[in-house]
Design a protein around this ligand. Sequence first.
Ligand code: 9MR
Length: 369
Amino acid sequence: MKIKIISSITVLVLLASVDTMAQKTLGEATKGKFLFGTAVNMQQVNGVNPIETELIAKEFTTIVAENCMKPQPIHPEENRYNWDDADKLVAFGEKNKQVVTGHCLIWHSQIGRWFFTDADGKDVSPDVLKERMRQHITTVVGRYKGRVKGWDVVNEAFEDNGTYRNSKFYQILGKDFIKYAFQFAHDADPNVELYYNDYNVETPAKCDAIVGLVKELKAAGCRIDAVGSQAHMHMNSPTLEATETSFKKLKAAGVKILITEWDISILPSPYDGANISASFKYSKEMDPYREAIPDSIQQKWNKRVLDMFGLFLKYHEVIDRVTVWGLTDNTNWLNNFPIRGRKDYPVLFDRNNQRKPVVDEMIKMAEKQ
Ligand code: 9MR
């Protein structure tokens, strides 16, 4: 009888500890190493699906707006700002004691055409564009002063070959538009961290160009705290080696690294970038896992996640934050990019809002380090 009672107690204790382990979140497991976060959309902030909203509140130590703080949504016309969504998102993060990042101030995409054009539809002069940038940055950064830890000040200014992207900002102001953006942001909130953010940072020519930019900004006396590596990844690219090399180069440049938009597409890809204007035709061959993912492919994806996460942990002293681009596979941007209407499985929660088994492995890895 006694033995029976003792063994039932042991089983209960064991069950309880397994349960606590399962309950541990990535945010908790990575504390002291880096912040761990997700991008959130407004349905999630508004609690349209309460399960998603609760998961975001519980699992992550940091959030970033997937869209609502970008130039077009927040500043659709010269004299009109749209604060509702961004205000709610920042308050949501504060309520959940999460660090909020601002994304993004200056980007060639998701920006109103008005920003670059005069009343006749012609390009504005360099002075006018610079003044519009100043007003935009001062107003947006000023509004969230003290509530946002850092801003992606400039997003995606380089091509993969390391040349400047021929954006309207570049055409009208030349490369100095980047310096102006950093200066305006710092003037608006001297305490806020400032980041340069881009995709394919693992590509050597692009990484070198970003390192060059960091040096130029520092030489000009500008504040730059970190480079954001978006880390939109595929099954075979970038390699671990290329990713590690990019970390080494950025570390040597004297900036922190942020993994800002991490996802790993499981689908075949006709294109390796994240330039949102790229698009390709749908075919069944390019959408092979509509019904299910073969076990061997799932294992390969899991390994890729763990390999990359292991690398992030290895560099935790220089990596301040790891943010996954979206909560679940269901609402993920990659279902429609670069081909519309596919079924991808790129993030850590599945279509039923369940944590993928790989998350438990990640938690174990983080706790071992
Ligand atoms: O995930 C975002 C998607 O909902 C938007 O439609 C898209 C519009 O440009 O932007 C996506 O987020 C992008 C991010 O802001 C910057 N890096 C690339 C991301 C994926 O396109």
